[in-house]
Design a protein around this ligand. Structure first.
Ligand SMILES: N[C@@H](CCC[C@H](N)C(=O)O)C(=O)O
Length: 269
């Protein structure tokens, strides 16, 4: 069975998109997702995105990390599939219904409302999520935000000095986070600018993480460090994040289609 795909990225965070609305897809599972995502044995990507028909929105999007685990949200992929759709779209995800709109400034996505309760992150036990009384070596006192997926955010004077290759996986797999966690290290540069690096759950260090930018911006806003309209710069580029009076987060930035192809399913089963 030949399966068509579209290779896309948002700020260098790259995706293989399978569109079940245009051709029949094989049932997706962790083994197939991780085989397709493998950089040497597969097509290669940070996340695999599967589009399916929806009864409550224009279509449904499922996001699989490179290790095969499924996530409730992926900000950069949401902009990418907004670009693919080419017109305003209501997208059903495990994390809720998103709205993606093409604009002159890129693809704008209404990412929904953040959650801060300890059991919504989720954490293993009750604690304050604004300033958590925990730490790992030089990283401590983080804040936690769920934006459809779980994030922990450390504010640090120089996020580029943090050894993320070492600390990222330790924090991602800490028992405090029963569903694991995306690990963000951020430097606040002004009331409207944040620099960010993200160790993604199930994918490792990526060039950009859209939900990480949303969670970090909202965490910094909640702490009173920045205004409610900021630019978040990651290694792959910059996103604009706004947190409205209606409690909804809007993320705006670029998305790109790289190429289209197809693969033989039997080679990955
Ligand atoms: N790259 C993403 C996030 C993908 C999912 C994440 N790794 C998770 O497991 O929650 C983004 O742009 O938001």
């Amino acid at each position: 069975m030949q399966v068509p795909f579209v290779k896309m990225h948002g700020l260098g965070n790259d995706f293989v998109v399978l569109d079940g609305r245009v051709s029949p897809l094989p049932p997706m599972d962790a083994a197939l997702a991780s085989a397709l995502a493998h950089r040497h044995l597969g097509i290669g990507c940070d996340q695999l995105v599967v589009l399916e028909p929806s009864s409550v929105a224009d279509f449904k999007a499922r996001f699989f990390n490179a290790d095969g685990s499924e996530s409730g949200a992926c900000g950069n992929a949401s902009r990418a599939i907004g670009l693919l759709h080419g017109q305003p779209a209501r997208i059903e995800t495990l994390g809720g219904i998103l709205h993606a709109t093409p604009t002159d400034a890129g693809i704008s996505v209404d990412m929904g409302e953040p959650r801060f309760d300890w059991d919504a992150i989720p954490l293993a036990y009750a604690m304050d999520t604004l300033t958590m009384p925990v730490g790992w070596e030089e990283l401590d006192g983080p804040t936690a935000v769920n934006v459809g997926n779980p994030h922990v955010i450390f504010f640090t004077p120089d996020c580029h000095a943090v050894p993320m290759d070492r600390l990222g996986p330790i924090i991602e797999h800490d028992p405090l986070f029963p569903e694991r966690v995306n690990v963000n290290v951020a430097t606040v540069e002004s009331r409207s600018a944040i620099r960010l690096r993200v160790w993604e759950r199930g994918a490792g260090l990526t060039l950009a993480c859209g939900t990480g930018a949303c969670a970090t911006a909202v965490g910094a806003m909640r702490r009173g460090l920045v205004d409610r309209d900021v630019r978040v710069t990651l290694p792959g580029g910059t996103l604009r994040i706004q947190w409205g009076a209606d409690n909804r987060i809007t993320m705006t930035g670029p998305a790109t289609e790289s190429f289209r192809g197809s693969f033989e399913l039997a080679n990955y089963r």
